[in-house]
Design a protein around this ligand. Structure first.
Ligand SMILES: [Zn+2]
Length: 342
């Protein structure tokens, strides 16, 4: 059984590494020439972009100071590059379609159609819904613990994982927020913020998986488990942001952390007598199946909904069940502890 897990894990892994290597679209010399020319002239065919007009360096341009700020110029440069890439891509895709060829990826992404300047509207909308779902789950967890379940005489909750789930809720809301931003506008900064928040969430949920499934309640033991993981995740985030943004390596780290926690929860769900273990099973199986969408990474239908967007759709019901499991766990543990007290 465990062998099969490893084979599946390895297959996913090899595939993901391949996906993140250079894409076919941007290796195309015609596309490259188009972008290069566009960045010089500011035009693709008939269309010209105002963002591509940079002031000649050194010369004082007749524009207010804030239009000469380095940050503003950076944004302009990003806008110019992204407009050039977008319109060159649309042109190339039209030519490819006329020749009967299917869509290819550009800079690691499928050719999406923009809506009001939003790059991937479907993924943005679904990320926003995920964010709302996480907020709903976290809020109902907060209300359950503070207003519905009995509290200790010192006004603290009996449930021993309260604080950890609160941090988990905040990290996941943060991560969905940056996911929505990143899918609406893909530049260095938004990409780094999205990837960093996702890694932080993944790392923290791995710690939580270990602490909850092994029922680690002693403070010192908790520190011993989480310290090395926290150190690793922090180093990894710093490495990505300030040393090298390495997609392949990051993918390996994420897949290992993701599969590890899925396995931990699955094994725990198999051995525990927890009354809500079926919810755990649903999330583990659902999460595993949802991963298949990332593997069969198909191009966007009509230029809008791709496999990744659908994957974001599946996490909405899964988060609902997940928070429902967390609430059940809080009720279950509180009841058990009160039984012992009496
Ligand atoms: Zn996404």
């Amino acid at each position: 059984m465990v062998d099969r897990y490893w084979i599946a894990f390895f297959a996913v892994f090899v595939y993901l590494v391949r996906v993140f290597e250079a894409s076919v679209g941007d290796a195309d010399p015609l596309y490259r020439a188009c972008v290069e020319q566009c960045e010089k002239t500011g035009c693709v065919g008939e269309r010209c972009f105002p963002h591509c007009k940079f002031p000649s360096d050194g010369a004082v341009v007749d524009s207010p100071w804030y239009l000469q700020e380095p940050l503003y110029l950076r944004w302009k440069q990003w806008d110019c590059q992204s407009d050039c890439r977008y319109y060159c891509m649309l042109d190339r895709e039209k030519e490819r379609e006329a020749l009967g060829n299917g869509p290819v990826k550009y800079h690691g992404k499928w050719p999406f159609k923009r809506v009001y300047g939003i790059q991937e509207p479907a993924s943005v909308a679904l990320s926003a819904l995920n964010l709302a779902m996480q907020f709903h789950g976290w809020l109902s967890f907060f209300i359950l613990l503070n207003y519905k379940l009995p509290l200790k005489p010192n006004k603290k909750a009996y449930y021993e994982y309260t604080c950890l789930w609160h941090i988990y809720g905040l990290l996941s809301m943060n991560s969905w927020f940056w996911s929505a931003v990143f899918h609406s506008r893909d530049v260095d900064l938004t990409e780094k913020l999205d990837y960093s928040s996702a890694v932080a969430l993944l790392g923290f949920s791995l710690i939580l998986a270990i602490l909850r499934s092994f029922n680690v309640r002693v403070e010192a033991a908790r520190v011993m488990v989480s310290a090395p993981l926290l150190a690793f995740v922090t180093t990894h985030i710093l490495y990505l942001n300030f040393y090298k943004f390495d997609y392949g390596w990051n993918m390996k780290v994420c897949v290992v952390m993701g599969v590890a926690q899925l396995l931990i929860w699955a094994i725990w769900a198999g051995v525990t007598r927890h009354p809500s273990r079926w919810k755990l099973w649903t999330v583990v199986v659902g999460g595993g199946l949802a991963m298949l969408l990332e593997i069969y990474d198909f191009p966007p239908y009509e230029g809008f909904v791709d496999a990744h967007a659908l994957w974001h759709a599946t996490t909405i019901p899964l988060s609902y069940i997940w928070w429902s499991f967390i609430k059940d766990d809080a009720e279950f543990q509180t009841a058990n502890l009160l039984k012992k007290v009496k």
